[in-house]
Design a protein around this ligand. Structure first.
Ligand SMILES: O=C(O)c1cc(=O)[nH]c(=O)n1[C@@H]1O[C@H](COP(=O)(O)O)[C@@H](O)[C@H]1O
Length: 275
């Protein structure tokens, strides 16, 4: 999917919501455990109830790898379902991969070819040659961790080297690795006060912004400092949406939560674009 298509979907749906499909079998409604594939059954119900309210889904691979082969097969069924039924939806494999070039190439093949995701999250700690194999897939997007939502971001990312915070080094160094619209960055919603500085460095890149909902990030602050003329934001919520209820009405409850966020986003778009 191109960035232009993503932007047109955001404008059409008046939403820049990304729903995280982080399935924990201890949290899904108990009756689903009788299903032949409970993980896919849960994801399918969430997708069917929310696809008109969001522009992206983001399964975190950890929640599938935790269940071994069954989990990986459910991930494969989920991405196949999305690609067949909702090709207009932007898909993110939240895998946080990165290794020497030869190995990163295999990670890229896993998520871009075998599973056909639109994008993958990458940890850039190993530098340019660990990221380039993902960028080599010209029709795919690479999403680099820059300033993360967790408290641990302050252990390294905000420390300074040569009078500049590490996360700024990541942004300034990596922005030349690719054209702006296929290299995206993760900035946590809990770090909204850093967004003005971040936009000084990468005014045009899309930001994947996790941390709204369960982690307490503020959607309005993210929009106030992070939105640009292409919207430039995909705001994620996982637990806050998919675990809105653990009874038979879980899909409707998730749709209600997603609708609340979509309505907030529509207001933010109207405020920014003045329509
Ligand atoms: O790469 C990510 O998506 C990510 C980066 C980050 O800084 N913080 C963060 O929470 N995430 C992921 O975003 C999702 C957030 O989940 P919730 O806190 O349940 O909304 C999880 O899959 C996290 O692994």
């Amino acid at each position: 999917m191109t960035t232009e298509k993503l932007i047109s979907e955001i404008k059409k749906k008046q939403s820049f919501l990304c729903i995280g499909l982080d399935v924990d079998l201890n949290k899904i409604p108990k009756y689903l455990l009788k299903e032949e594939d409970p993980i896919f059954a849960f994801n399918k119900a969430i997708i069917d109830a929310t696809h008109h309210l969001c522009v992206a889904y983001k399964p975190n691979t950890a929640f599938y790898e935790a269940y071994g082969i069954k989990g990986w097969k459910a991930l494969e069924k989920t991405i196949k379902y999305l690609n067949e039924k909702h090709p207009e939806i932007f898909t993110i494999a939240d895998a946080k991969r990165g290794d020497i070039g030869n190995t990163s190439t295999m990670y890229a093949k896993a998520f871009f070819e075998d599973l056909a995701f639109d994008s993958v999250t990458v940890a850039p700690y190993m530098g340019k040659d660990s990221v380039e194999p993902f960028l080599a897939f010209k029709d795919k997007h690479t999403i680099l961790l820059a300033l993360t939502s967790n408290q641990g971001a302050f252990d390294f990312q905000t420390k300074t080297i040569d009078d500049k915070e590490v996360y700024k080094h990541v942004l300034e160094t990596s922005k030349s690795w690719n054209d702006a619209n296929r290299l995206m960055y993760v900035v946590g919603a809990t770090k909204a006060e850093y967004l003005a500085d971040i936009r000084q460095i990468i005014p045009d890149s899309f930001l994947l912004v996790p941390g709204v909902g369960a982690q307490g990030g503020n959607l309005h602050d993210v929009c106030k400092y992070g939105m640009n003329d292409s919207v430039g934001l995909l705001i994620n919520s996982s637990r806050g949406i998919i675990y809105a209820s653990n009874t038979e009405d879980f899909a409707e409850a998730s749709a209600t939560k997603a609708s609340e966020l979509q309505q907030e986003m529509a207001l933010e778009l109207a405020n920014y674009f003045g329509n």
